[in-house]
Ligand binder design. Sequence first.
Ligand code: PLP
Length: 469
Amino acid sequence: LRLNPPVRAARPAHDVLATPVSDAAVHALVDEIVAQRMEAAEAGHDESAFFAADLGAVYDAVQTWRRSPIGDRVELFYAVKCNPSPMVLHLLSLLGTSFDCASVAEFNAVLALPSAPAADRVIFANPCKPASFIRAAANAGVDMMTFDNADELHKIKRAHPGAKLVLRILTDDSKSLCRLGLKFGAPLDTCASLLALAKSLDLNVIGVSFHVGSGCKDKAQFADAVWRAKKVFGMAEKVGYDFKFLDIGGGFERETFADMSEVVRESLDLYFPEDEGVRVIAEPGRFLVSSAFTLATSIIARRKALDAAPAATPAPAGAEDSPEVMYYINDGVYGSFNCIMFDHQIVHPYPLTIGNAPAPAAARPAFPPPPNVQLPTDLTLQLGYADNERASVWGPTCDSIDCVRSLVHLPRGVEVGDWIGWGEMGAYTLCAASTFNGFDRSPVHWTTGGDSPNGREVRRVLDAFHSTQ
Ligand code: PLP
């Protein structure tokens, strides 16, 4: 694995950007590539969009987890689906993280890493698998897998009878951005009979898993889910199992993590006290990668807004004005911004350049945002410009659903050729981007985090690994 472009030394950090994390390095990387792109655009080529990714921010998220109230109790199994970039997987594996995979391609990617974990550091956390995938897991030594229905048990009996099974239960996800319970999870009143069936098939069920929904907004959902899991442990005992495994899934967000981890710890202590010897794992995705990726897009076209232009996505609550200007950028909802459709995200632009000159650094938000600060869902981040324009922002394809923001403030003076940055773009973005209409996926450029403490740690971990190769 190579860093591309090679790791750069950080430029001096801008004061306003200084946070404990290495966002200065990612802003410096964005600036550098934007400057190169603007030069190239003069010559008539390469204004293409790109991601700048900071491994220092991934490292920081892992440390944040480990220092939290659940850090010494709950093992990390990173949800690969969220962002399967090999550099992210490699670093996480070196940091001792295990992996939640949902397909053969995902566990093959993990097991083929230069820092490949042992197969028992993978959980195949997809309750409805094709039989061929179960056989492939058996061949790869991936034994831990979830189920939530009777047919899955019969399939597993045929394809991988020695598997270590985890019963995925249904929990309340009504306050989450993505409600996974619409598709997965056994309701509590079906669990006893599923466990009895598993027992009659002589299958090895080791415990319970749940997922409170991705982007969980209500900590009570975690508390309730742990309580439900405890109930199912009781049902298992009645049919002769002695469960010692609990998987609390994903759903964590950086902004609310302090509160969530507190509640999870309390619930674990209440229902699964440590002396009972239950191994607890979690499958965070978004929490580990969201802040690490910034997207830079350039403005490829601009039009005066049509009167009463129909908005493809509803205007945010309280925003009654219509846009004055329409900007067209070179990534959209068919590309990296698929998170707007699939992951219900509201994305926040900030100008990297204005009038084809660098925007004042003070205009930039600090990423990741400080703990317990939710990004606003209204017009815009407070960018501090006096003279703003109401704008809509559109992707590059021919489709009118390709609307990135239907109404947002951008400073007056932004024009064709200018660059717009988007923070918090690491989760459920590049992994689901298409090339619809012939638009390439935005490539990723990496930094290890510059001269920040996180950056130095990342390089120490990578160097230590490479010196053994
Ligand atoms: N585990 C499973 C089974 C999932 O389906 C998902 C997301 O869809 C995750 C973990 C990761 O969730 P999040 O990114 O919200 O942490």
